[in-house]
Design a binder for this molecule. Structure first.
Ligand code: 0X9
Ligand code: ZN
Length: 470
């Protein structure tokens, strides 16, 4: 009775206040729905029901109308470059079932190619195989920073015995597991290998670097390899690590270049992204910088580290100013701690003669420039060494190709690391490791190919060190 009366006699200011509260709550709910998940169709990070599809458009008009129709269903996502990848050829998109149906209704059959039927299944299959291998795995090696004792596990024993522990290269590993391995290698071969830190990531992880070979500060020529600017390119860290381990194991018997050259290897340039690609999104490419958020979908926030370099920064070749894009440049050159660390390393390294920025996939060696078709100074050397590296990489039976500037093999790209490194007077290349094609796994190179790919990388790496030494 009392309540009813009260309700009827609610004073006007209280009514206004309640209405205002209701309005605020509704507004909040609206914001959460829009900002966290802009559409129910959105491709989830498990990629269930998503396929990798190549679309070929007859002309710009047809491209615009098909893309607009697909956008109506769900935000259209490319696999790596927004539009210019292999112009006149198939452009790779991640399509939901509904989008694929719509594309099939608009384009002739010959203009649609299925590269991966079910990306989610492919990722799940890879993860399943990983679990199987882990279960069969031997005791995991652990070694604390200042531990002087030799590790007691099998891997440590084989390292001590001067043999490659190739079992480690039969699967991909988590970040924590890899760091243990790096420490173990440096500990076991401390005479030849040093593990240093060149900086910290956005999330505070250290960025590690191996230093191998001539330790004399003044005299040697130096060579730098860095892997995994792009988080999903898991093979790159495994391949450079294999080279580090093999050089360490063989240090006694095979050091033709050893007294003249010092090798610097950054096995993982983007540890935060790598962890994210293991835990959340297998197709993650960028770093995890929150400074310029993607408002449509928070989980896409990050900067493409290989668009964050000062040479032709945001120049429009495969770049985007949209923080949600996979090729987002970042707000300004070197805005990211990861690119700052690599830049500072290059700047302070005396005698740096050559550099390889290791990526996947496509089986390519790319010489300068990436941002333009113009010929670089020393184009002869760029071509000769590029061809030598290509030949060495192809020694394992897979065909690699050398390219520079705009070719039908790959798009131009502004703001990339090797262009900036080349401007500092260092011979610099991009490697794109296995496989050749998207349908062969793309960024998900099957684990059984880690060893063969690493062996061909080792051959190219050794050839570059020999070239620099002489
Ligand atoms: O787009 C990139 O950053 C590299 N490809 S990847 O698929 N690994 O993302 C290539 C950049 C280097 N060069 C040229 N595009 N020319
Ligand atoms: Zn890459």
């Amino acid at each position: 009775m009392y309540t009813q009366q009260r309700a009827r006699l609610l004073p006007i200011h209280e009514m206004l206040r309640s209405t205002f509260h209701l309005f605020v709550v509704l507004l909040l709910i609206f914001h959460v729905v829009v900002a966290v998940d802009s559409s129910s169709c959105d491709i989830d990070t498990m990629y269930q029901g998503v396929s990798v599809i190549g679309l070929k458009f007859a002309d710009e008009n047809s491209a615009q109308s098909v893309k607009a129709a697909l956008e109506e269903i769900c935000e259209l996502r490319t696999v790596r470059d927004e539009a210019s990848y292999k112009s006149n050829e198939f452009v790779e998109y991640l399509l939901t079932t509904a989008q694929l149906k719509r594309a099939q209704g608009m384009l002739p059959r010959s203009s649609i190619r299925v590269f991966v039927g079910d990306l989610g299944a492919m990722i799940a299959h890879e993860a399943e195989k990983e679990i199987e291998t882990v279960q069969q795995d031997r005791e995991t090696c652990t070694l604390d920073d200042d531990e002087e004792e030799e590790g007691s596990c099998a891997a440590a024993k084989s390292l001590v015995a001067g043999e490659m522990d190739t079992d480690y290269y039969k699967k991909y590993h988590t970040y924590d597991d890899l760091v243990k391995r790096w420490k173990l290698i440096a500990h076991t071969y401390k005479e030849y290998v040093r593990l240093e830190t060149i900086g910290k990531t956005v999330e505070g992880r250290p960025i590690h670097m191996f230093r191998i070979g001539n330790t004399d500060e003044e005299s040697p020529k130096r060579v730098l390899f860095n892997a995994m600017q792009h988080a999903r390119e898991w093979i790159t860290t495994m391949s450079v690590l294999y080279t580090v381990e093999k050089l360490a194991v063989d240090a006694e018997k095979a050091k033709s270049w050893y007294s003249d050259v010092q090798l610097l290897v950054v096995p993982m340039s983007n540890p935060d992204g790598y962890v994210y690609s293991h835990e959340k999104d297998r197709m993650w490419r960028k770093n995890r910088s929150p400074s310029t958020p993607c408002r449509r979908r928070r989980s896409r926030t990050g900067v493409d580290l290989n668009r964050n370099w000062a040479t032709d920064f945001a120049g429009g070749e495969s770049t985007s100013s949209d923080p949600c894009s996979d090729i987002y440049t970042g707000p300004k050159p070197f805005s990211e701690p990861e690119t700052q660390a690599l830049r500072d390393l290059v700047k302070k390294t005396k005698g740096l003669a050559a550099h390889i920025d290791v990526h996947s996939f496509s089986q390519l060696v790319l010489g300068r420039w990436s941002y333009s078709d113009e010929l670089p100074p020393n184009v002869e050397e760029v071509r000769n060494v590029g061809n030598l590296l290509t030949e060495k990489l192809s020694g394992g039976g897979k065909k690699y190709q050398f390219a520079r500037g705009k070719t039908n093999l790959i798009y131009l790209a502004s703001g990339v690391m090797p262009d900036w490194v080349y401007e500092q007077g260092v011979l610099s290349y991009t490697f794109e490791l296995r496989p050749k094609q998207m349908w062969q796994g793309g960024f998900l190179l099957p684990a059984r190919q880690i060893i063969p790919n690493s062996k061909e990388f080792f051959e190219a790496a050794s050839a570059l060190m020999d070239y620099v030494a002489n």
